[in-house]
Design a protein around this ligand. Structure first.
Ligand code: HEC
Length: 220
């Protein structure tokens, strides 16, 4: 038998053995197969292309009412954030500032994240209490607070959801390291003197928290 044929025969025997082991693995007597209802209850993710959106609809006005009753105590009537709770609106144009205001409107690239997150986690402490229509309505209200829709009668639904473009969507791009750093993905990547000049393109902020020698406490 040639080496290759031997190897193929051995692999075939091993394959048969492996599947026999898998089939006859002793049961531990733990757990059971998840029910379709249980899988459905966990399977709530909504993707940027709209996949996973439940059927439903809600207007800015309806969302306003729900928001004032169930969200404003923490997030403020206009999403400005009550006390130190998270801000949900505003911040447009602030992303390059020293302290950017990252909100749904100024930062989030996909509306699906807002739907998914609210559907999954809000109101804080009472998650999963909103109906699908109520989630559409509060998301519509948040779009209005962020000036992404201007009409109070605007109705958000699973049908028009993906037509909403978020202001900062263009600032996100796919991870391109597989092509841009391709030179490193080989057996012997260059580890020394790889390129000519090294340029410092940024520095950590100087926050002046380390005392210099003169003023620092004396160490005995
Ligand atoms: C009891 C206070 C409270 C209530 C009421 C509440 N939230 Fe929140 N919300 C929070 C907290 C706290 C976070 C941050 C949670 C975290 O980061 O883990 C948050 C985060 C969020 C975020 C993500 C913000 C971001 O930029 O990361 C959204 C969107 C949101 N809430 C929407 C809502 C909506 C809509 C309602 C009403 C249906 C609501 N929340 C009710 C406390 C609250």
């Amino acid at each position: 038998m040639s080496k290759l044929a031997k190897f193929a025969a051995a692999a075939a025997v091993f394959g048969v053995m492996a599947s026999a082991v898998a089939q006859s693995a002793p049961k531990l007597g733990l757990g059971r197969v998840a029910l379709p209802e249980e899988i459905k209850a966990w399977d709530t993710d909504v993707r940027p292309d709209g996949k996973g959106l439940p059927p439903g609809k809600g207007t800015v006005k309806q969302g306003d009412e729900i928001f004032q009753a169930q969200c404003a105590s923490c997030h403020g009537e206009f999403g400005e954030g009550a006390g130190r709770w998270p801000v949900l609106a505003g911040g447009a144009g602030s992303l390059k500032a020293d302290r950017p205001d990252k909100t749904i409107g100024s930062f989030w690239p996909d509306l699906s994240t807002a739907f998914d997150y609210i559907h999954r986690a809000m109101p804080y402490g009472n998650a999963h209490s909103l109906s699908d229509d109520e989630v559409y309505a509060v998301v519509a209200y948040l779009l209005s607070l962020n000036d992404i829709v201007k009409d109070d009668n605007f109705e958000l639904s699973d049908k028009n959801f993906t037509s909403i473009k978020m202001p900062n969507a263009g600032a996100f791009f796919d991870d391109d390291r597989e092509t841009s750093e391709k030179q490193f993905w080989n057996k012997n990547p260059c580890m020394k003197d790889c390129s000519g000049e090294v340029k410092v393109t940024g520095r950590a902020m100087n926050v002046d928290v380390t005392p210099d020698n003169k003023d620092g406490p004396k160490v005995e």
